[in-house]
Design a protein around this ligand. Structure first.
Ligand SMILES: Cc1cc2nc3c(=O)[nH]c(=O)nc-3n(C[C@H](O)[C@H](O)[C@H](O)COP(=O)(O)OP(=O)(O)OC[C@H]3O[C@@H](n4cnc5c(N)ncnc54)[C@H](O)[C@@H]3O)c2cc1C
Length: 318
């Protein structure tokens, strides 16, 4: 019993980006001598071999199943057979609508340790510890799994940086017996998430924090963001107060600025939960009247000053 088994996700012929993030999470957990294997289930799994051939992956397991798209019965059966045969230490799946359809059922049936919506995982004294939000993301919950030989974790997307370097892992075929599904896929309907913007896709974000003081000031910063070509983001207190939609909140319980190149934080203190969503951005500019504010610890450029004065000055140039 050892090794990491990642269950890749695909939809409509495309590998889902979270699959690559799962690889990074798996690689980070690997102990000496252990391998990271990624399994991909599809009616034509070979097409996903190339995008999964990345540095740190030891093996790609292709599992040909009788369904082009996700199917809860077929996936539960095939992933269950894989786990039973290979007995991995850790199984990583995406925290997604697909895994909602089979992961908990499988974990219960096989007696696995199990945690969902995991955004951080590490080994502490050799034991696996996963961190997830609790009580509506108001607290962090650390989960351990005493006595479990295999632990299945559903990992939140947009948290781990995918591996980039191509490699040549070995390819294995896993045969799984055909299963009669109780589900019938009828059609795909594109759903709108109800979000007014996709913060995870924004390249330039101007974020406002509690430093703006009152709701009436939001308009001024919205106008500034539009003028400079940025997407307006916010810290959690602004979203909690309903001054901006939750979809614009950056941070641990909000969105990760995944593709952002330039992040301007105005009146944001830089709490660890906020930094979790943006500290990786290559160019961070912070404006705060408190020279000791934590946001300056991640900023490339910092201005100790009043956000209203700086905003006014900036506006003159656009
Ligand atoms: C489980 C959990 C999850 C969380 N998730 C998130 C999350 O996803 N995102 C998030 O943002 N927070 C999150 N939080 C909340 C986080 O801990 C902080 O409370 C929050 O980030 C603080 O927001 P802020 O920086 O806007 O406010 P404050 O911490 O109040 O900071 C306001 C800043 O504005 C500065 N300021 C005030 N007036 C001016 C002025 N005129 N000019 C310049 N600067 C000024 C102040 O010096 C101060 O630094 C979470 C908390 C928990 C417990």
């Amino acid at each position: 019993m050892s090794g990491i088994l990642v269950i890749g996700e695909q939809r409509r012929g495309e590998l889902r980006p979270v699959s690559l993030e799962l690889l990074s999470a798996g690689i980070s957990l690997r102990r000496a001598g252990e391998e990271v294997a990624v399994a991909i289930l599809s009616d034509s799994p070979d097409r996903f071999v190339k995008p999964l051939s990345l540095s740190g992956v030891d093996e790609i397991v292709t599992v040909k199943v009788g369904a082009a798209e996700f199917d809860p019965d077929i996936f539960e059966s095939a992933v269950g057979a894989l786990i039973t045969k290979r007995n991995p230490d850790v199984v990583l799946v995406a925290h997604s609508v697909d895994s909602f359809g089979y992961a908990a059922a499988l974990a219960t049936r096989l007696g696995l340790g199990f945690a969902t919506d995991v955004f951080s995982v590490e080994r502490v004294d050799g034991e696996l510890v996963a961190t997830r939000g609790g009580y509506g993301q108001k607290v962090y919950v650390e989960v351990d799994f005493p006595g479990r030989n295999t632990v299945m974790l559903a990992i939140r997307g947009n948290v781990f940086k995918p591996p980039e370097q191509a490699a040549s892992p070995r390819i294995t075929i896993f045969d799984t017996p055909p299963v009669q599904s109780r589900a019938t896929g009828r059609e795909f309907i594109e759903m709108s998430a109800g979000d007014d913007v996709d913060m995870t896709a924004a390249e330039f974000i101007l974020t406002i924090g509690r430093g703006i003081g009152e709701e009436a000031k939001v308009a001024q910063f919205r106008e500034l963001a539009d003028a400079v070509g940025a997407t307006l983001g916010c810290s959690r207190p602004i979203a909690d107060a309903g001054w901006l939609p939750k979809s614009r909140q950056v941070g641990q319980s909000g969105k990760t600025a995944s593709t952002c190149q330039l992040y301007i934080a105005m009146g944001v203190s830089g709490a660890i939960q906020h930094l979790a969503g943006m500290k990786h951005v290559s160019t961070i500019v912070a404006v705060n009247s408190d020279a000791e504010a934590s946001i300056f610890s991640v900023a490339k450029y910092g201005i100790v000053g009043d956000i209203f004065e700086i905003a006014e000055e900036l506006r003159k140039h656009f």
